[in-house]
Design a protein around this ligand. Structure first.
Ligand code: ZN
Ligand code: FE
Length: 256
């Protein structure tokens, strides 16, 4: 199985864009298009020519450069349907369970509403990679703007079922702040404590903490660990159900 190449770059305050490239066919997909100049620069730097743009959700930091990037590159736009003006320029509307071909590989569409109602994540099983947008972050998860905690938990549960070796590309460098919060709800987790040190060292050196492995997130990301007995005990929620525990963790993070 041939391997794709990935080029991740920072734009805006803390956004990550990614280009995914198949050397065999030359096809290249951009994940989101939040800033025209940054995406054009990434294309120039790599020398790849853009064939696809995969849109995760409607927020401007993911879509501000979308129309012009598509115009200037001829790339086809895949993404969610919805009632915002930006949804109008998406050419292929996708929803949960859809799949489509990219460079001879399957892209599985996983709807993960919660942060927004239109959120889509893109999973490539043959590459063991998933683009999680603003749903699952390294040591965190997206704020719930449009959905409910129950909805967000159901979305995260879908991602938790992917193979643990899946590489998680998320859209923001929030990991250091997430780490500060994570240790407050999961203070006795030694895997988390070790990861916090790694994150601090990377950030001190101005290095990205994204992508991460799903296995790392399952072991250390408190938002995926609502079922963990120690966390539940720490929160005084031993008998609550997982979605209620998740809701409590999310609420604490919102007020952190
Ligand atoms: Zn967002
Ligand atoms: Fe965002």
């Amino acid at each position: 199985m041939s391997s794709f190449q990935y080029h991740q770059f920072l734009y805006g305050a803390d956004n990550y864009g990614v280009l995914m490239h198949d050397p065999k066919t030359g096809q290249t997909a951009a994940i989101d298009a939040g800033d025209l100049d940054s995406y054009l620069q990434a294309i120039t730097e790599t020398g790849w020519s853009l064939s696809h743009i995969l849109v995760t959700h409607h927020h401007p930091d993911h879509t501000d450069g979308l129309i012009k990037l598509a115009q200037q590159t001829g790339a086809a736009i895949f993404g969610p349907s919805g009632d915002r003006p930006i949804h109008q320029c998406i050419q292929t509307y996708l929803s949960d369970g859809d799949h489509f071909d990219f460079a001879g590989h399957t892209v599985e569409v996983i709807a993960t509403p919660g942060h927004t109602l239109d959120m889509l994540n893109f999973y490539l099983p043959q590459q063991a990679v998933c683009f999680t947008g603003d749903t699952l972050f390294a040591l965190g998860c997206g704020r719930i703007f449009e959905g409910t905690p129950e909805m967000m938990w159901a979305s995260l549960e879908k991602l938790m079922k992917l193979p643990p070796e899946t590489v998680i590309y998320s859209s923001h460098e929030y990991t250091a702040t997430n780490a500060c919060f994570a240790v407050t709800v999961d203070p006795d987790n030694t895997a988390l404590a070790k990861r916090v040190q790694v994150v601090e060292a990377l950030r001190a050196d101005n290095q990205p903490t994204v992508p991460s492995l799903l296995s790392e997130e399952l072991a250390t990301n408190p938002f995926l660990r609502a079922g963990d007995a120690t966390i539940r005990q720490h929160l005084g929620m031993s008998d609550a159900d997982d979605k209620a525990v998740f809701g409590e963790i999310r609420a604490r993070k919102d007020n952190f």
